[in-house]
Design a protein around this ligand. Structure first.
Ligand SMILES: [Zn+2]
Length: 246
């Protein structure tokens, strides 16, 4: 037995070395293909290509989204050509309030937004939601694209509101890491409002469920009328959180 093993030892080592060399070659070739500017790999499928909102959604998208929102430059690059926004100087409010990566946002994709100050991360996540989820759902369920997202604000230096009064914890609105959406206007003139349609017209209610469910893909926290009475008239969408989706 020991003689057999002695005989196989050098051969096994050689095979292992060849295997590792092959893996190394594949790695170098793969890296070269993924990092060249005219890589044949589509950007959505290329884990090394920076995120752009128009890329196909793949298993790499969540990772690339988190990376894109880490700096204002990469966030703005991801939104290039697909949002109407202007970069602003950082805002420092009272206490811990303020907006680090501050932008004024006026549209994402095909949807106008009553201009508001927010963080670039919120602008980016809203643009991903609009393009990859809201528009397909609106076309499928209501037969018309969304033309406006109705919002009631992003930045507000305040604590979290609860059904039992204000909490002592700062709201994510205090750093513009949240946006409140009250409904949608469609290109054909249809209006959809949470307060009226969440339990109203079945088609509109179905669209609002689809909007809420898909927001959970693009935001780290999504609160809807199902969460509590304070959210009966709006979706509260956060760029950070622990995955609450209700
Ligand atoms: Zn909110």
């Amino acid at each position: 037995m020991s003689r057999y093993r002695d005989h196989k030892g050098p051969l096994a080592t050689l095979w292992a070395a060849l295997f590792l060399a092959l893996l190394g070659c594949i790695g170098v070739i793969g890296w070269t293909i993924l990092t060249q500017p005219d890589s044949p790999v589509p950007d959505g499928w290329n884990p090394l290509a920076p995120l752009h909102v128009t890329d196909a959604v793949t298993l790499f998208t969540p990772m690339k989204l988190r990376h894109a929102e880490m700096s204002l430059d990469s966030c703005l690059a991801a939104l290039d050509g697909v949002a109407s926004l202007s970069e602003m100087t950082p805002l420092s409010g009272e206490g811990a309030c303020g907006i680090a990566d501050r932008v004024t946002l006026a549209a994402v994709g095909q949807s106008r937004i009553d201009p508001l100050q927010t963080s670039c991360a919120i602008a980016l996540r809203t643009a991903m939601w609009e393009r990859h989820s809201l528009q397909p759902a609106a076309l499928e369920i209501l037969g018309s694209p969304v033309s406006e997202l109705r919002q009631v604000g992003s930045y507000s230096c305040r604590n979290i509101r609860t059904p039992n009064g204000n909490s002592t914890q700062l709201s994510t609105h205090a750093t513009a890491e949240a946006i409140d959406i009250t409904g949608f206007d469609l290109a054909n003139g249809t209006t959809v409002r949470l307060i009226r349609d969440w339990d109203g017209d079945p088609q509109k209610a179905a669209f609002l469920r689809a909007a809420r469910d898909s927001a959970c893909t693009w935001f780290e926290t999504t609160l809807s009328p199902d969460y509590n009475a304070l959210h009966a008239d709006h979706f509260h969408l956060q760029s950070r959180g622990w995955g609450t989706c209700r």
